[in-house]
Design a protein around this ligand. Structure first.
Ligand code: SF4
Length: 245
């Protein structure tokens, strides 16, 4: 059976979603509504383009030399790629048959039972933890952070290589006590290669306006250098390998 995925778009030479040069596939559909989302055009599950795994693999193979030269690979992001677990599994299985490195970028808001198969063919997980504070997480995304925390613990249990991503938003995710709680949680796990701290910016604001959505963070600025340094220090003090560039 040639499984189809519902895709928003493709970036053939991405450099920010995993190591090396990557063939990045943005899937369509996301159950979260993050206040700072850059890709609100990926939210609706009834939009996008359907494409078979074989069609995608044929496209991916054209870029194999770039991937090999740069130690890159394929990244599935979104939207939420794990909303389509059968597709993700089949795509990654075929990538591994071609000896291509696989990365999945997820919010973790998924049912763990449905995605353990996908993880068998995944080399690296980029797990976005929007906040460790459950109340703030709900306010920021519209959903609970329980599944994300459960997935983080599971990835540690199976020793799956993981990078954590955390966006610092002034007056939302920059609170010292929340950052300390997140850093302490991450320092208790044994599979975290690094934590990327990403300063909030408004790159996606124009898309919200085009789509007729209300952008709540209109008056929020990017975090100051002092705030970013404070956050970095909190992670470093807990022996978490933190990156902020
Ligand atoms: S999880 Fe990602 S795609 Fe979904 S709403 Fe949040 S930032 Fe946007």
């Amino acid at each position: 059976m040639n499984i189809k995925g519902n895709i928003h778009s493709i970036e053939t030479c991405g450099t920010v979603d995993g190591p090396g040069i990557r063939f990045v596939i943005f899937t369509q559909g996301c159950p979260l509504r993050c206040q700072y989302c850059h890709n609100p055009d990926t939210w609706k599950t009834n939009e996008g383009n359907r494409i078979t795994v074989d069609e995608l693999i044929a496209k991916i193979k054209k870029y194999k030399s770039y991937m090999k030269f740069s130690a890159g690979g394929v990244t599935l992001t979104g939207g939420e790629p794990l909303l389509q677990p059968e597709f993700a599994k089949e795509l990654f299985k075929k990538c591994k048959e071609e000896n291509i490195h696989t990365t999945i970028d997820t919010s973790g808001f998924i049912s763990l039972e449905k995605i353990t198969d996908v993880l068998e063919y995944t080399d690296l997980v980029l797990l976005d933890i929007k906040s460790f504070n459950p109340t703030l997480y709900k306010d920021l995304t519209g959903v609970s952070n329980n599944p994300t925390i459960k997935l983080a613990k599971y990835l540690s249990d199976i020793n799956k290589l993981t990078w954590i991503r955390h966006v610092i938003v002034p007056n939302l995710t920059d609170k010292e006590e929340d950052l300390i709680a997140l850093a302490e949680f991450l320092s208790s796990l044994n599979n975290i290669e690094k934590v990327e701290l990403l300063p909030f910016h408004k790159m996606g604001e124009y898309k919200w306006e085009e789509l007729g959505y209300k952008y709540k963070l209109k008056n929020t600025s990017t975090p100051s250098e002092e705030t970013m340094e404070m956050a970095v220090k909190i992670f470093k003090e807990r022996n978490v390998n933190v990156i902020y560039e």
